[in-house]
Design a protein around this ligand. Structure first.
Ligand code: NI
Length: 255
């Protein structure tokens, strides 16, 4: 059984009906899916999906792209949503200095406020970091953001940074890019970090893995991410499925 630790199953993300997407996931033995919010609406929708489907869990938060949306009212909404037992983390939160869709100061403020919210709730966090590696690490250290654990989603940094992040209590999650032929740096990280810190995800509808690169993505395809890891680690794919599902259950504290 596989766990897709990071998927966007909200209505506007899907290329097909949700029931068909979930049926294909089940047929591919993807038994658990974390549906990740990125703004107010998608966070609310993630919780609705988690209430409806036993295999879906929700993560609620405001993405750095939408950091300008984070006011007191939104923080109160996230707090309220997080009372649902199927909300397993706060995310995705972080810094994106590649696209800079919200001003950097607002990104920093939203990141720290949501770290504090997660600490108040005693929940792990899911981090989006693009071209902001050093500042994300500095913020994590300053705020003790890994105190309840957390996930570096779609990891794109190098190995020494991954080691520093693991020391802060984080798990490292790999998406489609680990299967790309030219992803030398990401493959190197995936080949070397401890197996008890590795997670897999699709980040669907984005980042379809090989051999589906460029096509719409969905949770069933997390199997290809697992296969890429199995090749790098020279392990049977069943073992990667087992280990990454076990790690996901630990970090998200399922049951
Ligand atoms: Ni995402």
């Amino acid at each position: 059984m596989y766990t897709d630790t990071h998927a966007h199953l909200q209505e506007e993300s899907l290329n097909d009906s949700l029931d068909k997407v979930l049926a294909r996931a089940q047929a591919a033995q993807v038994s658990t899916i974390m549906c990740i919010g990125y703004d107010r609406d998608s966070s609310q929708e993630a919780v609705q999906l988690a209430r409806k489907y036993p295999q879906i869990y929700a993560v609620v938060g405001i993405h750095p792209h939408d950091a300008k949306e984070l006011d007191q009212d939104t923080l109160a909404l996230l707090y309220k949503l997080a009372q649902d037992p199927k909300v397993v983390a706060i995310g995705e939160i972080g810094l994106d200095f590649y696209r800079d869709l919200s001003p950097r100061d607002q990104q920093r403020k939203a990141f720290v406020e949501q770290i504090k919210l997660a600490q108040e709730l005693g929940k792990p966090i899911v981090i989006h970091d693009r071209d902001a590696h050093q500042e994300v690490l500095d913020t994590i250290r300053r705020e003790k953001a890994g105190i309840n654990g957390g996930i570096m989603h779609c990891y794109s940094g190098h190995l020494p940074l991954a080691i520093d992040l693991m020391k802060e209590g984080f798990h490292i999650s790999f998406a489609g890019p680990v299967s790309f032929k030219n992803a030398r740096k990401t493959k190197e990280v995936a080949a070397h970090i401890p197996l008890d810190r590795i997670l897999i995800e699709t980040d669907c509808p984005y980042l379809a893995p090989e051999p589906l690169r460029g096509k719409p993505n969905e949770p069933a395809n997390v199997v290809y991410v697992a296969q890429a890891l199995a090749e790098l680690r020279r392990k049977p794919v069943e073992e990667i499925a087992y280990l990454t599902s076990r790690n996901a259950a630990q970090v998200y504290r399922l049951q």
